[in-house]
Design a protein around this ligand. Structure first.
Ligand code: G3H
Ligand code: 13P
Ligand code: ZN
Length: 317
């Protein structure tokens, strides 16, 4: 059942965060649905502009629609990740997405508000939720590169003014994370002080944490032992997800860690079976490993075991 992110956040706020997982293909989709059902968790499927262009956006939509039929117990939102205004409006019009992100965080404050406002007006007419962003994460967001020095944390006062003026339903805040596998080189971590300040000014307002992969050392080591050359870096400590959710984070974005699972499975498979050339055996291992990975993340997010509570909330409306 496809629902809005807003309805998921009504249940989650202050108690747990919903995992928002990026997908690109059918193996990820299968693992995602299985992992969420195994752990009885609501979830958010994120589709980036790159994912829409990877084959054809209609292909990805068809895969998700089919999964929805195959797994009728699943409750999830379909969300555009890091949309520009044009793509966000296109997704609103498509009738398939239940939630869109308009990311104009690289614009000056007024430009960000104006673009977000336009998307909010179109989306709310159709009952679609809107996530916006203020502040800048480090790393790569779609085709915009932000180096560590240029990344800046969200200013809580600006966040308050932004939410009031834009009418968005949730807000992505920069609290020290960055996208991709290279996040923290030293002992940096999440800025809970900034998060607490934002929550004080915006009580009960759903916040979003991008760049939340953990980049586990064991995973990187296994990939490198199987021929990879991924440089070491620390990601977000998954034991801190609960604290973030108590401070108003209701959506935690995870993409890179899932890509690492894919890379590890395929590198190890072909290292151990160099004579193999059938794509299905590693594909099956990946689906099972991805499902395990999702279920584990949901335990850390506190979303595991919440499916019935969410079902009761979304069906009473
Ligand atoms: O924030 C970006 C997400 O990880 C999506 O990555 O644009 O390569 O699909 P992508
Ligand atoms: P990671 O690169 O840390 O997985 O972040 C993903 C993300 O924020 C997608 O919007
Ligand atoms: Zn992101």
């Amino acid at each position: 059942m496809i629902v809005t992110t807003k309805s998921l956040f009504e249940v989650a706020y202050g108690k747990f965060a919903v995992g928002a997982y990026n997908i690109n293909n059918l193996e990820q989709t299968m693992g995602l649905f299985r992992g969420n059902l195994d752990s009885k968790a609501p979830f958010i499927i994120q589709i980036s502009k790159g994912a829409r262009a990877y084959t054809d956006k209609r292909m990805l939509e068809a895969i998700i629609r089919t999964a929805d039929q195959m797994f009728p117990e699943a409750i999830f939102a379909v969300h555009l990740d890091h949309g520009d205004e044009k793509t966000a409006l296109e997704c609103v019009e498509s009738g398939f997405y239940s939630s869109v992100m308009i990311d104009a965080s690289h614009e000056p404050f007024e430009g960000n508000v104006a673009a977000t406002r336009r998307v909010v007006e179109a989306a709310h007419k159709r009952g679609i939720s809107v996530e916006a962003e203020i502040g800048q994460l480090g790393g790569v967001e779609e085709d915009i590169k932000v180096d560590e020095g240029n990344a800046h944390l969200t200013n809580p006062q600006e966040a308050l003014a932004f939410v009031r003026q834009s009418g968005c339903d949730s807000l992505a805040c920069a609290i020290g994370t960055s996208h991709g596998a290279y996040k923290f080189s030293g002992s940096q971590g999440l800025h809970f002080d900034v998060l607490a300040e934002i929550q004080k000014l915006l009580p009960n307002f759903p916040l979003v944490m991008h760049g939340s992969s953990s980049v586990p050392k064991e995973e990187v080591d296994r990939i490198n032992a199987a021929g990879g050359a991924i440089k070491g870096s620390k990601g977000v400590d998954e034991n801190q997800f609960r604290r973030a959710s108590e401070l108003g984070v209701t959506k935690v974005n995870i993409d890179t860690d899932g890509r690492l699972v894919w890379t590890r499975v395929h590198r190890e498979y072909f290292r151990d079976k160099p004579a193999e050339f059938d794509l299905r055996p590693p594909g099956k291992i990946f689906m099972a490993e991805y499902a395990k990975f999702i279920a584990h993340k949901n335990v850390k997010l506190g979303s595991a075991g919440r499916l019935d509570e969410v079902r009761a909330h979304v069906t009473k409306k």
